[in-house]
Ligand binder design. Structure first.
Ligand SMILES: Nc1ncnc2c1ncn2[C@@H]1O[C@H](COP(=O)(O)OP(=O)(O)OP(=O)(O)O)[C@@H](O)[C@H]1O
Ligand SMILES: [Mg+2]
Length: 326
């Protein structure tokens, strides 16, 4: 299966993201990562850092939405001694901590206008001052920012600076929601199941056919994080050898009809991958049986597994040693 560090996926939507990430990683430009909650924005930021020239340097995350406004400026840019009550000594901020590496500004849409100005200046000139400081400092840090709010709408409401948006978004990586990643849902469901089962020492290897159908048609508002949580919980809850819809806490009402159109090629690929994942899941990794169900030879199934980069679904001793990643 295609992967980027810890990121898995084989759908065309996510492969396009992986390609972009590989390109973006080689540059020094700021990156803006957008996507719904739980789509993998932090994981992507990390993957970019790990593939950049700065990989030996620090990766410093800061959540702009989680820190009180009054503290954020000093957290980010540091402060001088006596800058405010309680500033008993000089303190370096996250930006300085990210020297030689990457500063990950999560929920950048929550930055106050005054800090947006300060960030913009850093992006343009590489300079800033600590809170209460007069000395202009330089630091070599790459900025990766992420948001799950619509920054364009925030710009319209004068909550986000347009010039900052264009500075940050020169390189823009958008993570599609899980419901638009076709076969990836089942693929990840299988991998998360393998991991959780190993962790909890339970011999669950597959899902019931109804559970697979539910996984496929649920709309996943919480995206990959929700999938991973539901599967982990289901593994703990499950009493039988297979995970049921009930274990996943999914019901018929949660299904939604998928009325989007696919190209024939994409549909062909999606259906093949889905059937292969299902067959291998149902036969717990036994390729001979899976091939028999699919009415193809074992070697055809092998070939398809390789073509779709699905080798990881098969127990280690059966899989081909194929290099994945880039
Ligand atoms: N492609 C992927 N393959 C495997 N795991 C993934 C993938 N994408 C996301 N995850 C997992 O899903 C969870 C959520 O990912 P992450 O924290 O990067 O999302 P996020 O977009 O930053 O979410 P939020 O908007 O809520 O902060 C993590 O546990 C992460 O490891
Ligand atoms: Mg996040």
């Amino acid at each position: 299966m295609d992967e980027l560090g810890e990121m898995v996926g084989t759908s065309s939507a996510i492969r396009a993201v992986f390609d972009l990430v590989r390109k973006v990683a080689k540059t020094e430009m700021p990156v803006l990562i957008t996507g719904e909650t739980g789509t993998g924005k932090e994981l992507t930021a990390h993957a970019i850092h790990e593939r950049s020239m700065r990989r030996e340097g620090p990766f410093v995350p800061i959540n702009c939405g989680a820190i009180p406004e009054t503290l954020l400026e000093s957290e980010l840019f540091g402060h001088e001694r006596g800058a405010f009550t309680g500033a008993v000594q000089q303190k370096k901020g996250k930006l300085e901590a990210a020297a030689g590496g990457t500063l990950f500004l999560d929920e950048v849409g929550d930055l106050l206008p005054s800090l947006q100005v300060k960030l913009l200046r850093f992006l343009q000139k590489g300079t800033f001052e600590r809170v209460g400081g007069h000395e202009t400092l330089h630091v070599d840090a790459r900025i990766i920012a992420a948001t799950n709010v619509d920054l364009k709408a925030a710009i319209d409401k004068n909550l986000f600076r347009e010039d900052l948006y264009y500075r940050l978004g020169v390189m823009h990586v958008h993570l599609p929601p899980l419901r638009e990643r076709g076969e990836d849902t089942l693929l990840m469901a299988m991998l998360f199941l393998k991991q959780a089962a190993a962790l909890h020492r339970k011999s669950i290897r597959s899902y019931t056919p109804e559970a697979l159908k539910a996984l496929r048609s649920y709309h996943w508002p919480g995206n990959v994080r929700e999938l991973s949580n539901r599967v982990r919980r289901a593994v703990v809850m499950a009493e039988g050898p297979e995970i049921t819809m009930h274990d996943l806490d999914l019901s018929d009402e949660t299904f939604h009809a998928d009325d989007s159109l696919d190209s024939l090629r994409a549909a062909h690929r999606r259906i093949e991958v889905e059937l292969i994942v299902k067959a291998i899941s149902m036969h717990q990794g036994n390729l001979t049986r899976a091939a028999r169900d699919l009415e193809v030879s074992r070697s055809t199934l092998y070939r398809k597994l390789r073509a779709y980069k699905l080798e990881r679904l098969v127990p280690a001793h059966l899989s081909y040693p194929v290099a994945v990643g880039d």
